[in-house]
Design a protein around this ligand. Structure first.
Ligand code: IMP
Length: 427
């Protein structure tokens, strides 16, 4: 069973990209299984700094295959732009393939994302406005267009003839917006189909063949578990189907769940969130601002540039995500960001209406009422960026990691102390 999954254990932006960049060394295939270009990875390696939204983080290994699975929603313009930028900077995309079953994001999805958010007013979700939510809604409503359709103009025309009038009716009648012109849209997407044709494949059978040959396949998650539509802080979640949870990986890649041997959960040493919705340990003060700005890569969204909301590590939310993902081992990222704090808080339980609880509440009303129960840890106030062995970490940093391990309830196998590939402690 040589497939393994890497998931984000919090609200996204945990540093999955840098962990995938590292763990890809052990795999022959790296495959993305959910979300769209709402996700964003920043990767810093020997070739420079890259922000990727659709292309898997394994692309920097020229001998490995990188796949975008059927569970991903593709904005062809964004994918082509990413391919061109990588090629221009000397990163080959000849081993990149996109599933013929992946859904296509169309311009009306982006327009609707913007209009729907505006209509929500104070209850806005804070989406990335990339159109990904509306594209997944259309997928499930059976109104989607898939990559394979782009390769067959007749099929594309038939699908668009069915779908566009309905979309235009919503734009015009519900939102008083401009309709989209059929032939213009059709021509643009036929052109995208021509440009992307060399990349489109039945990626599921590529993965199956690799598994049959005993090769390692890394299934790369996007976003975070607490943004999942079932397990997350609904309705302040993403609409990805399949889910960003580990359970979404086999569906989004087209293999069976029995092929998955381990689940690596990526957790930041503190919490961040972009967009709206409850975040029990949020620090809306100077400490939060220091967390945001400290460290070599400040906390601003890779996709939207929005400042991320920051707070102390939430042991309740993080342990919950270990459970719903079946995490077998964790990676703790950005420990170095905490280097200068004299004291560091960790949330080990919640208080809800006067009672202490250690479960993650299901409703937003309950979650917005919980008060975090903090325990204080002595800071180490020393640089960790150059540490490569766990035993060489300051004693306070070792005990911080061990306490988080206890709260997670699974082993922390890796600790990152900087954004570069080699700034990692393997335990
Ligand atoms: P959407 O996925 O653009 O519809 O946004 C829904 C929610 O998920 C918003 O709170 C976004 O900020 C959040 N979100 C979506 N993708 C990511 C991600 O890759 N990292 C962090 N947050 C994300």
């Amino acid at each position: 069973m040589p497939a393994f999954v890497v998931i984000g254990g919090q609200w996204g932006d945990e540093g999955k990209g840098r962990m995938v960049d590292l763990l890809a060394q052990d795999a022959s295939i790296i495959a993305r299984y959910s979300a769209g270009d709402n996700a964003g990875h920043t990767i810093i390696n020997h070739m420079g700094k890259f922000a990727l939204h659709l292309v898997p983080a394994g692309i920097f290994y020229p001998e490995k295959l990188c796949l975008i699975g059927n569970g991903v929603v593709i904005n062809p313009a964004v994918l082509l732009d990413e391919i061109h930028q990588l090629e221009e900077r000397g990163v080959s995309t000849k081993n990149l393939f996109v599933s013929d079953r992946a859904q296509v994001l169309l311009p009306y999805h982006q327009v609707l994302d913007e209009l729907e958010e505006r209509a929500r007013g104070d209850a806005a979700i804070g989406t990335t406005k990339r159109g990904v939510g509306p594209a997944f809604v259309d997928k499930i409503a059976r109104r989607g267009i898939r990559m394979a359709d782009l390769l067959e103009p007749d099929a594309l025309r038939a699908r668009l003839e069915q779908v566009l009038p309905e979309k235009n009716a919503v734009l015009v009648k519900l939102y008083d917006a401009e309709p989209l012109e059929f032939e213009e849209l059709f021509d643009a997407f036929v052109e995208f189909g021509c440009e992307l044709k060399p990349y489109v494949r039945d990626t599921s059978s590529i993965v199956r063949d690799a598994i049959d040959n005993g090769e390692q396949v890394l299934l790369e998650g996007a976003q975070g578990s607490l943004l999942d539509v079932d397990a997350g802080t609904y309705p302040f979640v993403t609409s990805s189907a399949p889910s960003p949870l580990a359970a979404g990986a086999p569906v989004g890649i087209g293999i069976g769940p029995t092929q998955i041997e381990r689940v690596v959960g990526v957790y930041k040493a503190y919490m961040t969130r972009v967009g709206a919705g409850p975040m029990p340990t949020e620090l809306d003060d100077e400490t939060g601002d220091i967390l945001r700005r400290e460290g070599p890569a400040p906390e601003f969204g890779a996709t939207t540039g929005r400042p991320r909301r920051c707070g102390w590590f939430d042991g309740v939310a993080s342990r919950y995500s270990v459970r719903v993902n079946g995490v077998t081992g964790a990676a703790l990222t950005r420990l170095d960001v905490l280097d200068n704090f004299p004291a560091i808080e960790v949330c080990s339980a919640y208080e809800l209406d006067g009672n202490q609880i250690d479960s993650f509440p299901p409703t937003m009303t309950q979650l917005s009422r919980v008060r975090p129960v903090f325990e204080e840890h002595e800071g180490w106030q020393a640089a960790t960026a150059d540490v490569r062995k766990f035993d060489d970490l300051p004693k306070q940093a070792q005990s911080y990691v061990k306490r988080i391990e206890e709260l997670l309830g699974c082993p922390i196998e890796m600790v990152s102390v900087g954004p570069e590939r080699e700034q990692i402690i393997i335990r």
